[in-house]
Ligand binder design. Structure first.
Ligand code: NAP
Length: 281
């Protein structure tokens, strides 16, 4: 059996063409206005700076503006909260991205939760998470929502399937599990205290690796015909799952790189365009 490759890079590129057309239509209707994504980078972590730059570039590719806010690493929680309030009140800003992680003196959760729900296009607020989990309208957390969009684009059946999510972080594992549950999968969430991890994974029709350790999930834990989603990305182009031996015995998998990664930024801009349309028509 040759597995279906869930090509996030191709889907992101195709979606960018559609988003460009939507932004152009908005611009025309609103007399030249485009959605604006405000990105906030606190401190000088080079990886975070790169991610923010990539997000700004993605906005530019689809003709959307971004407002880049850079704050020093000495920023306090109060200062960051004040900046977020200012962006919440700015009618020209349609989405707010606070780049994770922020320096440790900052209460990151309080700052995420200060983002207005209608501008939470990265899906990081507790309110947005709760609404999403309840099946109410809210922007999804970008990485798991990107995974759901990828699975949907390839018509991967989720209803009644047993999905095992390895990882329970607020930005990935937990919202991933809620989204799969909302899609009528039967969901098991595994984490660092799970016993017999390999046994749980062996029963999975769908495996999502969101552990943060290179090739931690071994190929021989995964059953034939499973759908494999690898959210990890590590130096050397490997993910959280040992993908090499799986290509000819699973039914579908996300490559690393080019699977989940491109869908995260794509979902951020997709949801920003959506937010812009709600205001600009
Ligand atoms: P994280 O916050 O470090 O969470 C890792 C999760 O893995 C935790 O829930 C942890 O369990 C669990 N875990 C750790 N060791 C384990 C073990 N031995 N057995 C089972 N579970 C274990 O990481 P994250 O932010 O969710 O990211 C996960 C992965 O996704 C990373 O590789 C990251 O690079 C990648 N990622 C990719 C994107 C993208 O855009 N492509 C975006 C975000 C993250 P506990 O809760 O018990 O500690």
């Amino acid at each position: 059996m040759s597995a279906l490759v869930l090509d996030g890079k191709a889907l992101a590129q195709k979606t960018e063409e559609e988003l460009s057309a939507r932004v152009a239509a908005m611009k025309e209707k609103s007399g030249g206005q485009t959605p604006i994504l405000a990105t906030i980078l606190v401190g000088d972590d080079p990886a975070s700076a790169t991610y923010v730059k990539m997000k700004g570039n993605a906005c530019r590719r689809i003709g959307m503006d971004s407002l880049q806010v850079e704050l020093p690493s000495s920023t306090t929680t109060e200062q960051l909260l004040a900046k977020i309030e200012e962006l919440n009140a700015n009618p020209n800003v349609h989405g707010i991205l606070l780049q994770h992680p922020v320096p440790e003196q900052i209460d990151e959760r309080a700052c995420f939760d200060a983002i207005a729900l209608e501008k939470d296009v990265d899906g990081v607020t507790c309110l947005g998470f709760g609404r999403m989990a309840m099946g109410e309208e809210a922007y999804g957390c970008a990485t798991p929502k990107g995974i759901m969009r990828l699975l949907e684009a390839y018509n991967i059946a989720l209803e009644g399937k047993h999905a095992v999510v390895v990882g329970r972080s607020p930005i990935l594992g937990k919202p991933m599990a809620a989204m799969l549950l909302n899609a009528n999968a039967t969901v098991t969430i595994c984490h660092s205290r799970t016993q017999d991890l390999a046994e749980h994974i062996r029963r999975a029709d769908i495996v999502v690796g969101a552990v943060g350790r290179p090739e931690f999930i071994k190929a021989d834990w995964i059953k034939d015909g499973a759908v494999v989603v690898d959210a990890g990305y590590h130096p050397g182009g490997v993910g959280d799952i040992e993908l090499g031996p799986l290509a000819d015995r699973v039914s579908a998998y996300t490559p690393v790189p080019g699977g989940v990664g491109p869908m995260t930024i794509n979902t951020l801009i997709y949801q920003s365009v959506d937010s812009g349309e709600k205001k600009l028509g």
